[in-house]
Ligand binder design. Sequence first.
Ligand code: MG
Length: 344
Amino acid sequence: MTVREMLEGQERQALSPYAALAGNSKGRQVPEPECPVRTAFQRDRDRILHSKAFRRLTHKTQVFLAPAGDHYRTRLTHTLEVAQIARTIARALRLNEDLTEAIALAHDLGHTPFGHAGESVLDRLLPGGFRHYEQSLRVVERLEGDGRGLNLTAEVRDGIVKHSKGRDGDLLLPAAGGPATLEGQILRVADIIAYVNHDIDDAVRGGMLSETDLPVRFTRVVGRSRSERIGGMVRSVIAESAEQPRIAMGEEVRVTVLGLREFLFERVYFNPESRREFEKAIQIVEALFRHFLAHPEEIPPDILAANAPGDRARAAADFLAGMTDRYALATYQRLFLPKPWAVL
Ligand code: MG
């Protein structure tokens, strides 16, 4: 018996009847021999962690554009906070922690530079639109591994493409229309729990909010400090979802999470100062997109190879979406700003 077979046996014994078992995975895009040591989901998690797209999350915006302060979240630290919250919930519910972690680490791989500013430009300019969760799936299915993709399991790919609630979507979705696994459903709540709380924290750090500004109708339910709020939200998910075939949250807490999110939209995301920076970022991404559309020969060959030969817009979008904030800024500078004359 291999180590992997032993681990699969442990999952069958220890996990909830509602858990997705690695031994029952629907399999990969292209069949391949199993690893003797790791389960299919552990292997997916490792492939994601070792990908280039994962490392680029270090220099992608969460909310504050290319922040100079060392303590602001980036897309990478957001991803790690989501993974930690999701794993806590998965373990408490005896669901598959490895699957949850793999989905969490990959969920935002498709995010553009400058956060939603970049996403809004590509959505407007790319025929068929652009959504970061679909791009995350594209990264793991065809862009990583020099155009071969990571060949992940069906369960991880499903969780990635269905993780995002959007501004108007439902937070809690059943399997019909939502993620096929409870582990995927956990991601939707872990993502919002993470960003609502760390965006408040960063907005306080950035001088846009004070913690005392949070409406009492919300702090009364989940507490005022970040740690109290996260703990309260996570406990509510665990209590309402235990031994259930779905992921739920107490109604009062659900209203509070969504209310805090709307509060952030008004006070932080659409604040005039962050809006001004947002507009500048939009101009940069738009100029870059138009440039690479006109000069596809400047797009890296592996990205061109992953696209149909005539589909310049899709290739330009793939290149743009993969850029970090600093790479986009440096490219813009190189292409559009005059170089200081250096010969003395
Ligand atoms: Mg996210």
